[in-house]
Write a protein that binds this ligand. Structure first.
Ligand SMILES: Cc1cc2nc3c(=O)[nH]c(=O)nc-3n(C[C@H](O)[C@H](O)[C@H](O)COP(=O)(O)OP(=O)(O)OC[C@H]3O[C@@H](n4cnc5c(N)ncnc54)[C@H](O)[C@@H]3O)c2cc1C
Length: 298
């Protein structure tokens, strides 16, 4: 039987004219005000009755929020209001960060991606967010405007729990910054969903690898796992195995086992925890094998 949702509650739509004004408003109304971008998470949660904010701040038109800039020396900066379809189409993403486009392409549908943003996917802090893994392995930084002005924080330490981040009242993410990646490198995102399109990941695995003479194995790999822990997960033990032991099928298998051991998944409507664990092992093995085959040829 269809259970009706409470419906969209009443709220005030606020359109600040500067970041300073927006941060101040958010801090003054902590707990009852929220910034939004595409609104594809925000309005669903409001309508379902999970969130009850009195004020919604539309900050997507503030200066610089829709800009994308690439500098070969410093990397790529993607403004917080840039939607997923635009991220996919950016020439520098295709050339230097294709794994981000690969993951963004798996988010919902083309229509939804015209609203959904990269910053929104990250700030929503769902362990299932598809673009978070690629941003983690690409060592992303978040540019944040708060009461004390602008600062930058690493994505690696951003997540505290499901829906919880280090953002403080008044904080607004203004851009996602991707540093220049290793050259050359290879990366892969594998998403397992219940259907081909438009569903959150049962498991998502991102792997990135590159030659590094300072590592005992001669290579470094970075891994990120989606939907298998309260936050997006970096299985550092698996990364360490790949840095230490010469890369072989056995080393990759050991790393995939370590990735599985790092997970603390839950049973939910999409999958059992057991299936998630096994899929992490299998898909990590697959992603690492593909990345390894590419980098050994580079
Ligand atoms: C039908 C449907 C299918 C979906 N499928 C997928 C999927 O396959 N994969 C996936 O990963 N996601 C999926 N989602 C979730 C959602 O579309 C994504 O998480 C999207 O990227 C969110 O971006 P947004 O701009 O719409 O975020 P919003 O709803 O605007 O914001 C999301 C959260 O981030 C906060 N926030 C937004 N911008 C900022 C900012 N600049 N500073 C600080 N906080 C901010 C908001 O307060 C809110 O808490 C789906 C959603 C729907 C409705």
């Amino acid at each position: 039987m269809h259970t009706p949702t409470p419906g969209l509650p009443e709220f005030d739509y606020i359109r600040p004219t500067s970041l300073a004004e927006a941060s101040q408003f958010l801090a003054q109304h902590a707990g009852e005000a929220r910034p939004f971008m595409g609104g594809t998470d925000t309005f669903v949660r409001l309508r379902a009755g999970f969130w009850k904010e009195r004020y919604l701040l539309d900050v997507k038109n503030l200066a610089g929020m829709d800009e994308v800039t690439f500098d070969p020396a410093t990397g790529l900066t993607i403004g917080a209001s840039v939607n997923m379809n635009r991220v996919i189409a950016v020439p520098a993403v295709k050339a230097y960060y294709p794994v981000l486009a690969e993951a963004a392409q798996t988010v919902a549908s083309y229509q939804l991606r015209t609203r959904a943003t990269l910053a929104g996917n990250i700030c929503n802090a769902s362990p299932a967010g598809d673009t978070i893994g690629p941003c983690l392995v690409l060592d992303a930084l978040l540019r944040i405007h708060g009461l004390d002005g602008l600062r930058q924080e690493p994505l690696r330490t951003f997540f505290l729990g499901p829906g919880r981040t280090v953002l403080k009242p008044g904080d607004i993410v203004t851009a996602v910054v991707l540093p220049v990646p290793p050259d050359p490198y290879a990366a892969k995102y594998i998403k397992l969903g219940r259907n081909a399109l438009g569903d959150l990941a049962i498991v998502g695995v991102t792997a990135l690898g590159y030659a590094d003479p300072s590592a005992p194995s001669g290579y470094r790999f970075r891994l990120a796992l989606a939907s298998v822990a309260p936050t997006p997960l970096v299985p550092s033990q698996a990364e360490a195995i790949l840095a230490e032991a010469p890369i072989s099928e056995a080393t990759i298998t050991a790393a995939a086992q370590a990735a599985m051991a790092a997970c603390t998944p839950i049973d939910d409507v999409r999958s059992s925890a057991r299936y998630r664990r096994l899929m992490v092992r299998n898909l990590t093995q697959k992603a690492l094998t593909e990345v390894w085959e590419q980098i050994r040829r580079q």
